[in-house]
Design a protein. Structure first.
Length: 302
């Protein structure tokens, strides 16, 4: 029974309430369990994958490029943050009682010197602009807002939108192999100058919000084209947004976690499942093996 309970918890029960988990185990598996049984199983599951999760964090901190994102969370009624860092093969998540830059530094490691793909959240401003890529998907949302304001702001937004669409068209061709990266770099040089000229014009367009956004973007202008020159860097951090989406849905449905122990369980399970999906591996098979190894007092598989 403990082994079956561990496996079930590992494969998604962390999204359910404890009472719902109790009913599912009883109805589907014929395993009558009391609510007090579930927290110890969660703790045991977290411990079963503790070493692989620690290795995953170390791996992410050594990579040349990572995509970073953060969203709100609740732990024991307190405001917290759910953080994610995505690399090519490994994704790690953290729940902490802070949404500040110190958590990002802890997630990425004190010696982090790679390229970060980020949005405009202030927690990423601690990292040097020259080593960042500003997410163009978020810029497109800013541009849409400019257009919606009308008048001169609309003209600024439409000009930026035209340049952004051209950039993404070229980038998609680079991705599918129909445009050489060297040609892409050459084409992007004049386009980037034109984008900066439009942003500078936007700083005096008469719309306070648009002026403020244009000034803010110009402050990080080197981060707008990092992906142009460095292979392996994406123009958006959509990978991080996709990875953190299950956590957003979990927070909305279950309102976060009740304790630090619950947060450790959630971040460990999300790290394991997200990473295994990246590697096209079966989470159930892996987590079953990890729990069985724990019961035999053996190390979990990587």
């Amino acid at each position: 029974m403990p082994q079956s309970g561990l496996c079930f918890l590992c494969t998604g029960a962390y999204r359910l309430s404890k009472r719902t988990t109790q009913r599912v185990l009883d109805d589907l598996f014929g395993l009558p369990m009391r609510l007090g049984t579930i927290p110890p199983l969660e703790a045991a599951t977290t411990q079963a994958v503790a070493v692989p999760v620690k290795e995953a964090h170390a791996y992410v901190q050594e990579q040349a490029t990572a995509s970073l994102d953060e969203t709100g969370w609740r732990e024991g009624g307190q405001r917290a943050g759910l953080w994610v860092a995505v690399t090519t093969w490994v994704t790690v998540l953290l729940v902490r009682l802070s949404r500040g830059g110190q958590v990002a530094r802890a997630l990425l490691g004190a010696a982090c010197d790679g390229i970060l793909v980020t949005d405009r959240w202030s927690a990423s401003t601690w990292y040097p602009v020259r080593w960042r890529q500003r997410c163009w998907a978020h810029l497109l949302r800013d541009i849409e807002a400019m257009i919606d304001r009308g008048e001169r702001s609309q003209a600024i937004g439409e000009a930026l939108q035209t340049h952004a669409r051209q950039m993404f068209y070229w980038w998609h061709r680079v991705r599918d192999g129909t445009l050489k990266r060297s040609s892409f770099r050459s084409s992007m040089s004049p386009l980037r100058r034109e984008v900066e000229q439009v942003l500078e014009a936007g700083c005096t367009c008469g719309s306070p919000k648009t002026e403020g956004v244009c000034r803010e973007i110009l402050k990080v202008r080197p981060a707008l084209g990092t992906f142009v020159h460095l292979e392996g860097v994406e123009p958006t951090h959509n990978a991080a947004e996709r990875a953190i989406r299950p956590g957003v849905l979990w927070r909305k449905g279950r309102f976060g976690t009740h304790s630090a122990q619950g947060s450790r369980f959630v971040e460990a399970m999300m790290t394991v499942v997200a990473t295994l999906k990246q590697q096209h591996r079966n989470p159930l098979d892996y987590l079953t093996a990890a729990c069985e190894a724990a019961l035999r007092d053996e190390e979990a598989p990587s």
